[in-house]
Design a protein. Structure first.
Length: 288
């Protein structure tokens, strides 16, 4: 999986997202485009677009949705500090891949909503229906979702929706079925301790589970590496230790399930995660 999957594109001409604190809003109002260019270096956690991510092996997408202030078209956008592409365009890009690869399955995790009213959610639900239709798998028990089951039903999309709206729509899986504990640290050692503890505490049945192999910059980190950005200042330096942790994991009910990272093309992250599946016992049902 990819963290902030849509952030390969950050629109520097867009306003600051409504979720950003007043300090950031003020920073941009004073320094304008220069501030946004610097922000982009820290907000972009991916470089590959959806099609490239899918081609490389990514199957879980971390999606954050926002309305844009004073937008006459009332569009929905992906957003992480600044705005990214229109949601409709991203969903259609993913659908094009699925149409060409009928046995592939993706997880779409809508886990943050900013500036959205009830009618915005209704618009997004309708957009999902129009784009994916019967490709979407209705919410059932997580351990029942084998690849064989999905292939028989011709389902290719599981949509997780972290909002009470999910209760009202059959094809929306409740957000609590896709927990993603967040370490919120810049320290690689603390991150690995957190990841290990999270897996130990994980419920064995009833939900999917995300291990976020992601370091989060503090304000002081950004100030020190303001011109370098997230990739150079944090991700690349921490990569060897993080990949060592991934390599030592086991997939399955008592181990890892979905692993997400920034800049998924770095190192051998994707191939290493995929290899974990081959270590499962031959007789075990493949649930993801």
């Amino acid at each position: 999986g990819s963290h902030d999957s849509f952030s390969f594109y950050i629109d520097e001409a867009s306003p600051v997202g409504p979720e950003q604190p007043e300090t950031v809003q003020n920073f941009v109002s004073v320094f304008g485009t220069v501030a946004k260019k610097l922000m982009r270096k820290w907000l972009a956690t991916q470089t590959m677009n959806f099609t490239s991510q899918l081609g490389a092996g990514i199957r879980y997408f971390d999606l954050r949705i926002s309305t844009k202030p004073r937008d006459p078209d009332n569009e929905l956008y992906f957003a992480h500090g600044l705005f990214s592409a229109k949601v409709k365009e991203g969903l259609e890009e993913i659908n094009a891949f699925l149409a060409e690869h009928p046995k592939e399955v993706v997880f779409l995790d809508f886990n943050h909503f900013y500036g959205m009213q009830k009618y915005h959610h209704e618009k997004l639900v309708q957009m999902l229906k129009d784009t994916y239709g019967n490709k979407m798998c209705p919410a059932i028990f997580a351990h029942e979702v084998t690849l064989q089951y999905l292939w028989e039903k011709e389902h290719q999309v599981l949509v997780f929706y972290h909002s009470p709206v999910a209760v009202e729509v059959a094809f929306l899986w409740p957000g609590q079925m896709m927990p993603a504990p967040w370490a919120n640290t810049t320290d690689t050692e603390k991150l690995i301790q957190f990841l290990q503890a999270s897996i130990t505490e994980r419920r064995k049945k009833g939900s999917f589970f995300i291990s976020q192999v992601v370091l989060t910059p503090k304000a002081s980190t950004v100030v020190k590496g303001v011109a370098s950005g997230l990739r150079e200042t944090i991700t690349e330096r921490a990569l060897p230790a993080m990949m060592e942790w991934v390599r030592t994991q086991k997939a399955g009910e008592s181990g890892v399930n979905i692993i997400t990272a920034d800049f998924v093309e770095l190192g051998d992250f994707i191939s290493t995660v995929i290899k974990l599946n081959y270590a499962l016992d031959e007789g075990e049902d493949d649930t993801t």
